[in-house]
Design a protein. Structure first.
Length: 612
């Protein structure tokens, strides 16, 4: 994924995971550090993550939450109460936030991660959506907290980069079908822009349309909408589409994901856009690209110099490598389950030793780490790095063997010959419980234990092997010859289930399973007669289907099968199913005539005779 995005900082929203769901491939990513904000109470809800490429940028502080009331790992001190040199700053002051929702509740849903670089403060946020009236109070309180934190940071003289899913439509250019929506709701465009969330965003960004007087404390805008700066009049630049309506192919969506920055770093960016072609979500990525050289305090500097702590880069050249000592307390790599561990792929690769004849141009390309399989016989490289350090893997040719990089300084020993996996039941070798013999486990077959039957025994009658006659069974499940066999019930139970397991020896089990294996390939049914019939429930179900006939779906105006959906909107029709055109919604958002998009076909399921 990171290779596809070609980014150095990746901000994700709505991760919908908890700490127990974290895996190695989420945390121990080669060449990357990661910071999570996870929901405290709700499962599979919300969540934000920020990944940073260690070879390009290194944050100096990291926090979880927008208000600063949370605490670092293994500490009871709030972020806002830490020493000044450990704070990011800009925390809401008393009176700046309403008392409707307390700050601890605002930060309990895993909606924000804040990283500070020497150049700016990065805020990755997932703002609450406007789904129903029960969340209006929480949503308004959260966007007020965002506005307050951003403005406080800017007032401190820090540059701010705010990005993420704000769940807010800023202007009429950022949503499809607005005119029809306003007509149905009886609203004007001013009413639409005057809703609290849109009013907040338009007062926060430069060029926003504010209806009436500005709110107190929001007299001036502080952030720039980078996508609109590079594409001021572009229509259809949407980042989210409703999946239930299949609205993405027709591009009937909205722009609710943003990359915003303060004035001091606005000129650092050379491009900003959306990546609508990347699928896999109901949202598409939004990106902003910095130039190689940036202007800081009137001086042109390499972007690596301003994105990293002093001493790590100089004039764009790396002075020292990133190490585990650069990890911040909130890094996910310091979670006890992952601390001092590394990806299994990192065990087979190491960094290439710098050549003494390398030119300055070659050393400058260290931002793209060059790695190769370790070879202790050829390179004299120290391998005392901590296990938590990681590096990007590279592929090796098929005829080349990757050797573990964790080698010692002792003379190289000859490679041991390939050991043949032995059966766990081999004589003279103690059997290790819970360990599999790799490589040949399929070729080793052990007989079942004293209380264990072969799997085939559950599907094959065993009457033939135990000397018990299996009675003929009619299609209705009765025995046609029961009148002449008084002990039919007892014989049938014995024939199907076999004799009780109590008292059977292992040899009897082996003989039984061996007989079943031999009978498996036989075309003759198992039992006392070759003409007996067995009741098949699947075949019976198919017979009923043929008798009743298959229910067909109606055709739409395109001559294609309709899809069936269920009404979930509250009202008299809630719960009713209906048929409609299966094609995606068109750009107009309406059911269209004579186009390649969704037509007007609509039929209640109760009104459709599906067998005509």
């Amino acid at each position: 994924m990171f290779d596809t995005l070609e980014a150095d900082i990746v901000v994700m929203q709505e991760t919908k995971i908890q700490r127990k769901d974290l895996r190695d491939d989420m945390v121990l990513v080669s060449g990357w550090d990661v910071y999570f904000s996870l929901p405290k109470y709700k499962k599979g809800y919300s969540g934000v993550a920020i990944y940073t490429r260690s070879s390009k940028c290194c944050p100096i502080r990291a926090e979880e939450g927008i208000t600063g009331v949370l605490s670092p790992p293994n500490s009871s001190i709030k972020f806002r109460d830490l020493p000044l040199d450990q704070q990011i700053g800009g925390y809401p002051k008393p009176g700046q936030l309403s008392d409707s929702v307390d700050e601890a509740t605002l930060d309990s849903e895993g909606r924000c991660v804040i990283l500070e670089f020497p150049a700016f403060v990065l805020i990755g946020v997932y703002s609450p959506a406007n789904r129903d009236e029960t969340r209006d109070e929480f949503r308004q309180a959260y966007i007020d907290a965002i506005d307050t934190r951003v403005r406080n940071l800017v007032a401190m003289g820090k540059q701010v980069f705010l990005c993420g899913d704000l769940n807010i439509i800023c202007s009429e250019l950022d949503t499809a079908g607005l005119a029809e929506r306003l007509r149905k709701e009886g609203m004007t465009i001013d009413d639409f822009l005057s809703t609290p969330s849109r009013r907040f965003l338009n007062q926060l960004v430069f060029g926003g349309r504010v209806v009436g007087e500005r709110d107190k404390g929001r007299e001036e805008p502080v952030l720039w909408d980078l996508c609109r700066e590079f594409h001021p009049s572009r229509a259809g630049m949407y980042t989210c589409w409703e999946t239930k309506k299949n609205a993405r192919p027709g591009n009937f969506g909205s722009r609710i994901d943003y990359v915003l920055c303060s004035s001091g770093i606005k000129d650092w960016f050379i491009d900003a856009n959306i990546q609508e072609g990347l699928l896999g979500s109901d949202h598409c990525p939004v990106y902003a690209t910095m130039g190689d050289m940036v202007d800081l305090d009137g001086s042109k500097l390499h972007v690596e110099d301003v994105m990293n702590p002093p001493g790590m880069f100089k004039s764009g050249k790396r002075q020292r490598e990133w190490t585990s000592k650069d990890l911040l307390p909130t890094s996910a790599k310091l979670i006890p389950e992952f601390n001092r561990r590394q990806s299994i792929r990192d065990m087979f690769f190491k960094k290439a030793a710098p050549s003494a004849k390398a030119s300055p141009a070659t050393s400058q390309s260290s931002s793209q780490e060059i790695l190769k399989p370790a070879n202790p016989a050829a390179d004299d490289v120290s391998h005392e790095s901590l296990p938590s350090e990681s590096s990007a893997p590279v592929s090796t040719p098929a005829d080349q063997t990757a050797v573990s990089a964790n080698t010692s300084a002792s003379p190289q020993k000859p490679a041991p010959s390939k050991r043949v996996a032995e059966s766990s039941t081999s004589p003279g070798r103690p059997q290790k419980k819970g360990k599999l013999a790799l490589g040949r486990e399929n070729s080793v077959k052990s007989g079942p234990g004293l209380s264990q039957s072969n799997l085939k025994g559950f599907f094959k009658p065993k009457a033939a092997t135990l000397g018990v006659d299996l009675p003929n069974v009619a299609e209705d499940g009765s025995d046609p010859s029961s009148a002449s066999k008084p002990d039919t019930k007892q014989s049938a139970e014995s024939g199907i289930k076999g004799v009780p397991q109590t008292g059977r020896t292992k040899n009897e089990f082996d003989a039984e399973n061996e007989s079943v294996d031999k009978l498996e390939g036989s075309s003759e049914p198992v039992g006392s007669s070759s003409t007996e019939k067995v009741f098949d429930p699947i075949q019976a179900k198919q017979s009923w289907s043929k008798l009743l006939g298959k229910r067909t779906v109606p055709k739409c105006e395109h001559g294609e099968d309709c899809q069936i959906l269920v009404t979930k909107k509250a009202g008299i029709n809630c719960g009713r199913s209906f048929f409609m055109c299966a094609r995606p919604l068109g750009p107009s958002g309406d059911k269209e005539v004579g186009t390649a998009f969704r037509c007007r076909t609509f039929i209640w399921s109760s009104d459709w005779n599906g067998r005509q």
